[in-house]
Structure formats: C-alpha cells, structure tokens
Design a protein around this ligand. Sequence first.
Ligand SMILES: [Fe+2]
Length: 161
Amino acid sequence: MSSVLERPAHAGFVVEWRDGFRIGVAQVDAEHRHLFTLVKSLSMANVQDTLGELLDYVVTHFTNEQELMEASGFPDFRQHLALHEAFSAQVAEFLSSGSEWNEDRIQELRKFLNKWLVGHILTHDLRFGRWYMEQGRHAQAHPVTAARPKTGWFDRLLGRA
Ligand SMILES: [Fe+2]
C-alpha cells in the first residue's frame, strides 16, 4: 500500500482529452475539450482564478448543451438536465466543505471532475450525440425543403425520368 509520502510531488491524477471522448457534435466536443484543459490546469498557484473560470465555463457548457438538446427535441432531455444538476450539487458540496486548499484537495477535486466528465460524456453525452446524428440522417433522408430535381432510380423505375 503506498502512502501519500511515497507519492512523487505533482504526480497528479490528470486525464488528457482524447478523440475517443468525441460525441460527434462539434460544439459540444470543443467545449468538453476546453473543460479538460481547465481541469488539467488547476494548481495551488492559480486555484482561485482557475476554479472560478472552470465553474463559469461549466455553467456555459451545460446551458449550451441543454439548449441544443431541448431545441432538437432530445427525448431524454429532462433526465440529462437532472444529471447536470446533481453534478452541480456535488461540486457545491465539495467546495462548501470549507477545507483549506492544498495539493491533496486539488488532486481530489481534479480526480472527481475528470472521472465525472469521462463517465458522463461516454455514457450520457454520447447517447445524445448518437441520437442527434441519427436525426440528421433522417433529416437528410426526408428533407423538409421543397422538391429537388428527381432523377434517381426510383423516378426512372416509375418512368418519370
Ligand atoms: Fe451533459
């Protein structure tokens, strides 16, 4: 069993962004990527500023993602909103625990944020991404826009071309 003392200084828990985290919705992916960058940059030297920026960006990101879900008619929108709210409550609870900042507490926060992000993205956001792309395919297959010239095999079959 390794103790805190045996752990090399700054050998923190950091998850780097990787393409495997993409859900296929460009705006959401870009925002997720930025979240990982902010979580990674948390340190004792900048904790107050970076944490403020990070929480601000979390709110922006959740708002954007929720708007996209609601506007596109994502059927699991309500459940997803509840997951974001539960996360916000967990972060608030952690921050209000009142301990002084030190390396261990920053590591603990970073670990929590990274784990939550990875789990949430790969399960729930990815589900949205797949659904969203599926809608796009339907939209392309059944365009709402007015008639385009029809010269496909179906028209030839019916003798229209
Ligand atoms: Fe989400």
